[in-house]
Design a protein around this ligand. Structure first.
Ligand SMILES: Nc1nc2c(ncn2[C@@H]2O[C@H](COP(=O)(O)OP(=O)(O)OP(=O)(O)O)[C@@H](O)[C@H]2O)c(=O)[nH]1
Ligand SMILES: [Mg+2]
Length: 451
């Protein structure tokens, strides 16, 4: 249940020792409650919005708890749109907890995870896609994902979706008008005009859908499995990419047994590298388990670097195995150890030496190309990066396809109207114009308490 009338509080900073901790209070009692535990030069009930006040927090017996700075944001100009107080105290969890305990004695309750942001949404400070961007901003681990989340919080996706939805609602209202006059057989919307409009909206939805692959890569990074037979130089390649000697390299085949996970950033995009055990038939229990984990890494990867030793040649049989576990366009074939080879024909694939570094730039280009493609999105492009948004767009698109069938089959306007209404509702779900409480709870429960 959503209780907007409660005043809520939580630590807004991580639990632990730091220079300062911040406690947030939001709701219509926030200012009164804060005033009741605060001794400063003036009562903060008399203070202006967006002002900071120095003073002491004291308990009911006037015992000193800490000296603090208290910041006031009066509704509606606050994060949640309600009266908000932020108390900055010394960064000792004991102090923060004492202050929260004092507040809890005063008809204030602890906030649920994400409840501050949920209130910002319910009070129309931000829409749902923007609220989801807040969690992405907090959890982003690469420059690219941070930029993507910022773009979403700035409303680029929301605007695109709103424009499409409004244009659908416009069309729908004409159609409904026509239905009202159905007796008189007037046509407010010419059917070919209607088809044109729907087709145009589908095209725009497709553009958004197409941005998802890019958006997901930007947001979540790219899982890259380094796969190959034993001793081909997988761990050497990992080390070269990381510019450090992370994995053990040796001339003994079967050196790597477990999956080693490391991250690199290429052009601000996070690539999560998984160095794996060389794949071969083995009776050794540990090695067998290693191979099982290698296969798991393949299944979970967006990209497979299929490493071969040029001297031993390309392993056709392993490629066939790979193809059982992943799609062809996810596999980059790499021919390693070119420094050792005097062959003139080194076969297909990207030729590298994990020892000298030759060809690695090429490989990196190919990794970028395979995941980002020729995507040419600017800072101002609306990009879909969230699977929920992607699914809503797919559903909207399906409803619009149904609408086109209805028009072509000359079904009554009511059928077309239902399809258009569905499409508009699916678009509305993205920005939270149409949303169930379950969806909201599901989204906001992923937040941390205090956000
Ligand atoms: N000359 C040369 N040697 C290489 C190159 N890459 C790897 N090696 C050598 O090949 C041997 C195996 O390298 P690793 O990186 O351990 O191979 P791996 O594929 O991880 O092997 P496993 O973990 O056993 O599956 C080591 O002796 C490396 O020094 C290369 O490009 N050139
Ligand atoms: Mg290895």
């Amino acid at each position: 249940m959503i209780h907007l009338e409660d005043t809520i509080t939580a630590m807004a900073t991580p639990n632990g020792v730091g220079a300062i901790s911040i406690i947030r209070i939001s709701g219509n009692k926030a200012i009164d409650v804060a005033d009741s535990i605060f001794k400063g030069k003036m009562h903060i009930t008399d203070a202006n919005t967006h002002t900071v006040h120095y003073g002491k927090v004291v308990d009911a017996q006037n015992n000193f708890i800490d000296d603090v700075l208290l910041t006031i944001f009066k509704a509606p100009n606050s994060y949640t749109g309600e009266d908000v107080i932020e108390v900055s105290c010394h960064g000792n969890p004991l102090i923060g907890q004492k202050i929260i305990d004092l507040l809890l004695e005063k008809d204030v309750r602890i906030a649920e995870p994400g409840e501050f942001t949920m209130r910002a949404f319910l009070n129309n400070r931000i829409d749902l896609a923007q609220a989801e961007a807040v969690i992405d901003i907090i959890t982003s681990r690469s420059d690219a994902s941070l930029r993507g989340a910022r773009n979403q919080l700035d409303g680029l996706l929301s605007n695109s979706v709103s424009i499409l939805r409004n244009s659908l609602l416009d069309t729908l209202s004409f159609l409904e008008l026509e239905l009202d006059f159905s007796e008189e057989d007037v046509e407010f919307v010419a059917k070919d005009e209607l088809l044109k409009k729907i087709t145009l909206i589908i095209k725009k939805i497709d553009e958004l859908l197409n941005s998802y692959r890019f958006g997901r890569v930007i947001r979540d990074g790219v899982n890259v499995a380094i796969i190959g037979k034993p001793n081909v130089g997988k761990s050497s390649l990992l080390n070269y990419l990381l510019k450090e000697s992370r994995a053990i390299v040796s001339s003994t085949p079967g050196t790597t047994r477990d999956v080693i996970r490391e991250e690199i950033s290429i052009d601000g995009v996070l690539f999560k590298l998984f160095d794996t055990a060389g794949i071969r038939l083995s009776e050794d229990i540990i090695e067998k388990e290693g191979v099982r984990r290698s296969n798991e890494a393949i299944v979970n990867s967006d990209l497979v670097l299929f490493v071969n030793d040029v001297e031993q040649g390309y392993s056709e049989d392993l490629y066939d195995e790979l193809r059982q576990l992943t799609k062809e366009d996810r596999i980059i074939t790499v021919m390693n150890k070119i420094d050792l080879s005097s062959k003139s024909d080194l076969g297909d694939g990207i030729k590298i030496s994990a020892k000298t570094g030759e060809g690695i730039d090429n490989l990196i280009d190919q990794m970028k190309q395979s995941t980002l493609g020729s995507a040419n999105y600017s800072e101002k492009s609306a990009i879909v990066s969230n699977i929920r948004h992607f699914q809503c767009l797919c559903s909207a698109r399906n409803s619009l396809s149904d609408a086109i069938v209805s028009v072509n089959q000359k079904y009554s306007g009511e059928f077309i109207a239902v399809d258009l209404r569905n499409a508009a509702d699916f678009l509305g779900e993205i920005i939270g114009e149409v949303t169930s409480e379950d969806v909201l709870n599901n989204i906001f429960s992923k937040f941390c308490v205090g956000k």
